[in-house]
Design a protein around this ligand. Sequence first.
Ligand SMILES: CC(C)(COP(=O)(O)OP(=O)(O)OC[C@H]1O[C@@H](n2cnc3c(N)ncnc32)[C@H](O)[C@@H]1OP(=O)(O)O)[C@@H](O)C(=O)NCCC(=O)NCCS
Length: 169
Amino acid sequence: MAIRVRRETLGDIRDIYNINLQAFGREDEGRLADRLRNKVSPFISLVAEDGEGVLAGHILFTPVTVGNSPIRAAGLGPMAVLPERQGTGTGSALIREGLQTCAGEGMEAVFVLGHPEYYTKFGFSHGSVKGIYWKSDEFAPYFFVIELVPGALEGVTREARFHPAFDEV
Ligand SMILES: CC(C)(COP(=O)(O)OP(=O)(O)OC[C@H]1O[C@@H](n2cnc3c(N)ncnc32)[C@H](O)[C@@H]1OP(=O)(O)O)[C@@H](O)C(=O)NCCC(=O)NCCS
């Protein structure tokens, strides 16, 4: 079924919460999106809508800081697709559109904590390749980055931090 990726609207907020709830099997990620809305800028929240207007997936990008660097970077997450729609390309469409939207908003790099096999397909490489590290050893293997502006991370050797609200998840 054809999927259209678009910005969230006010009427989508409940569906976004439910998509995260179903995909993760818990409330934390949906709550996180709700906490960050109206709190951070940019808040790039996209939904995947099928031809019948049903929302099948959601992706969120929020600001990330890298040491004291002035780089404009975003963190990808949470991202979720309804269980019955997984494996049909919805997540891929959300990532591709999301990266384009971030680039359009002047983001120079995007970070994610996620499944290595999944994100490398979209051009992400491990943060250490670019000299950026994650604070905990537990999640360090899952820390990936993509430059939206080639060379943007050159000389930026620091710790990347998502918004403190992510620490509560
Ligand atoms: C991860 C998730 C968003 C992917 O969405 P999706 O719509 O199923 O993704 P796609 O259909 O675009 O899948 C693309 C590819 O990634 C693979 N893939 C999907 N989930 C994966 C995972 N958890 N680990 C590794 N590969 C995965 C698919 O098998 C597919 O491979 P292929 O292209 O070789 O066939 C979705 O599975 C989900 O909501 N999972 C639960 C929540 C979650 O883990 N979110 C991500 C947090 S980082």
